[in-house]
Ligand binder design. Sequence first.
Ligand code: CA
Length: 361
Amino acid sequence: MDRRSFIKKVGVGSLVAGSALAGATPALASKRRVNWKLVTTWPPNFPIFHQGVKKFAKDVKRMSRGRINIQVFAGGELIPALQSFDAVSQGTVEMGHGAAYYWAGKIPAAQFFTAVPFGMNAQGMNAWLYSGGGLELWREIYEPRNLVPFPMGNTGVQMGGWFRKKIDSPADLKGLKMRIPGLGGKVMAKAGVNPVLMSGGEIYTALERGTIDATEWVGPYHDQRLGLYRAAKHYYYPGWHEPGPTLELIINKAAWSDLAKELQMIIETAAAASNMWMLSEFEAKNLAALNTLKEKYKVQVHPFPKEVISTLRGYTQEVLEEEAAKDATFKRVYEAYRKFSANNAAWSEISEAAYANALKG
Ligand code: CA
């Protein structure tokens, strides 16, 4: 009889009570099989995002030699996509994957852990989260919600979006209806844009019918798949509003605390591996997609005019100050984020930015 069927027959309780076997309890506890459910906010088979989550589940299973089995459900398969925060918080399921800024309505400060307009890129975000106190702050803020967060995925700098008409000055933004969520949407509102929220599946039809005049989505690789080039021809960069959006893995706190230490390490390591894998996929695939958009679909790719960028940067400061005045936690995270990103920008001046200039010169 193997150990598992033995446990099944006699029950764990009697094993613990039996004095001869009491010493074996911790080892048995760590050999217990864990079957968890993970719900994502992504459509089924959504490239890179959903693939990265599947890779994570597979890595965890292999590293734990089958002790942790994670079943992955796309948005809507088990519960509606944007109910994953509550489902994991309440322990209906053990894990979720999405982006912290989806929960801005519950925790305004959560937005800092995804993306801030004119904020840090992927490299800066990883530096802040892993080595600059960001992750500790994130965990502290999610703790009252019974959640333990992990960075897991990053798109890199996104594109600025698709516009049906050319944008030559800040005045051209006035009156536009644009699909743009979060803080970026609040900044655009100050420029006279009417920001609209809609899920990925609704964007193409709305743009094609002229219900909206513009939209942001992700970057060339994903935008091409959505067919946005058929509905608008002007494609702007850079994605000032989402310079390095971090995706999140969330785990129910009680389920996490119940895991043996080595299993926690396996999850943490696999999440970090998927964090790197997703960013690498975007970096590797975006340019080929951009070239197809330009050459095959005759998309006109433009940088935002300097004046548009400086106007939006000014409004970003106003939005962040206004949000900080409304919410003490937002203010606290904003201060930590601002301090780290200022140092990060100063270092970048003589490292990444200086090197980018050297390549041109
Ligand atoms: Ca986006």
